[in-house]
Design a protein around this ligand. Structure first.
Ligand code: GH3
Ligand code: MG
Length: 365
């Protein structure tokens, strides 16, 4: 009997390991296929359990078939229904004396109970409630033995403690594994974010920006441009209004840049008050027009300071085109053009065709 229980647990944990692998690779698998794989895994696991019976006496055997189904129903909701239908159909075609009770009490009712509790599954510390669900499922599954099987009360009485213990121990182990896994995935995603994102503006940092651009430049529009944007006289903003207000402006500027993000426009924080943009465009004119829109958008945005004053800033932009060369060379050329923009009075854009635009800013620092 112990061997059978352990083999049931092993199959359930194998299912969990496979699910973990799918979740770890969720970015590579489209959502629809992930759902299909989940349903297939849970129904397969349930079906395999039919073939690993736990004998309660010579003629009567059970298994832990409802565990995969109730976990799926409790944690993921309605997706458990197709898994239940597949497993039920399989059990039906297997035939035998216990077919209907095996489907109704062994799988369908426990799955419905778990589904009813699904909206509460996000409540983390309600352990008593979670154990009660397993207990309730066990009662629904095993109680009918008393009435259906000859000598049922004796069988139920002799096996109740052993059955309930095995269900609860299996459910607790599985739940701990699932929660630990979720925690690990959450921490991994946080780490990934921290490694890729600038913590203040939430734009891509320099390293991730280069990585994304290297991927994009081989797939997108025929021409590729890099723009460096630098806030004019930002030191004076800090000196006048304080660094915290300076930070607020950096965040707001980043939010303006994010509005323009698309498949062919990637933004990042280069460092300090410098931002970097990649554009996949058809020609320099469309790239320049877009960058000019961004420059004017920032220029015409007011940043309220303590509700008593409205501060405006300007930016200077340097643009370069990059072809098959190293991205760092394109960044270098854009930076050179940015210095030209600064030297020619700021609040303007300098590109590969030496286009200068200069307008009086609302407030000059
Ligand atoms: P220019 O028009 O020539 O670019 O003048 P500038 O004052 O903007 O340039 P400068 O290089 O002299 O000064 C940049 C300032 O940006 C100095 C620094 O305090 C500020 N800065 C850099 N990073 C941050 C930041 O994360 N937060 C804040 N508040 N200020 C920053
Ligand atoms: Mg500056």
């Amino acid at each position: 009997m112990f061997q059978s229980i352990l083999s049931n647990i092993a199959i359930i944990l194998l299912m969990h390991l496979t699910m973990t692998f799918i979740s770890d690779n969720h970015k590579k698998i489209p959502l629809f296929f992930r759902k299909v794989i989940t349903v297939s895994l849970v129904s397969c696991c349930t079906i395999i359990l039919f073939y690993l019976p736990i004998h309660l006496n010579e003629n009567f055997f059970v298994d832990m078939r409802f565990i995969p189904l109730i976990f799926l129903a409790y944690l993921q909701g309605w997706i458990a229904i197709p898994a239940l239908l597949i497993a039920s159909a399989w059990r039906f075609f297997m035939g035998g004396a216990g077919t209907v009770p095996g489907i109704v009490f062994g799988m369908a009712l426990p799955t419905i109970i778990a589904l009813a509790f699904h909206p509460r599954s996000h409540l983390k510390k309600h352990y008593i409630e979670k154990i009660s669900i397993v207990l309730l499922c066990w009662i629904v599954c095993d109680f009918p033995i008393i009435f259906i099987v000859p000598n049922g009360w004796e069988i139920f009485k002799n096996t109740a403690l052993f059955r309930v213990t095995s269900f609860i121990v299996t459910a607790v182990i599985l739940y701990i594994f699932i929660m630990q896994d979720r925690q690990r995935r959450f921490l991994n995603s946080q780490l990934e974010k921290m490694a890729d994102e600038d913590p203040l503006t939430k734009l891509l940092n320099k390293r991730k920006f280069y990585e994304v651009v290297e991927e994009k430049r081989h797939t997108l529009k025929p021409k590729h441009y890099i723009a460096m944007l630098d806030i004019d006289h930002f030191k004076k903003v800090n000196d006048t209004y304080g660094h915290l207000f300076g930070d607020k402006i950096l965040v707001e500027v980043a939010n303006i840049l994010k509005k323009y993000e698309s498949d062919q426009l990637v933004t990042g924080r280069f460092g300090g008050e410098e931002f970097i943009i990649y554009l996949g465009e058809t020609n320099i004119n469309s790239a320049t027009n877009l960058l000019e829109n961004i420059r004017l958008d920032i220029k015409h945005t007011s940043f309220p300071y303590k509700e008593i004053e409205s501060v405006s800033i300007t930016i200077s932009t340097g643009v370069s085109e990059f072809k098959d060369d190293n991205i760092l060379e394109a960044v270098y050329s854009a930076d050179q053009n940015l210095y030209k923009a600064k030297r020619s009075g700021r609040d303007c854009l300098v590109g590969p065709v030496q286009r200068y635009i200069n307008e009086p800013s609302r407030r000059n620092f």
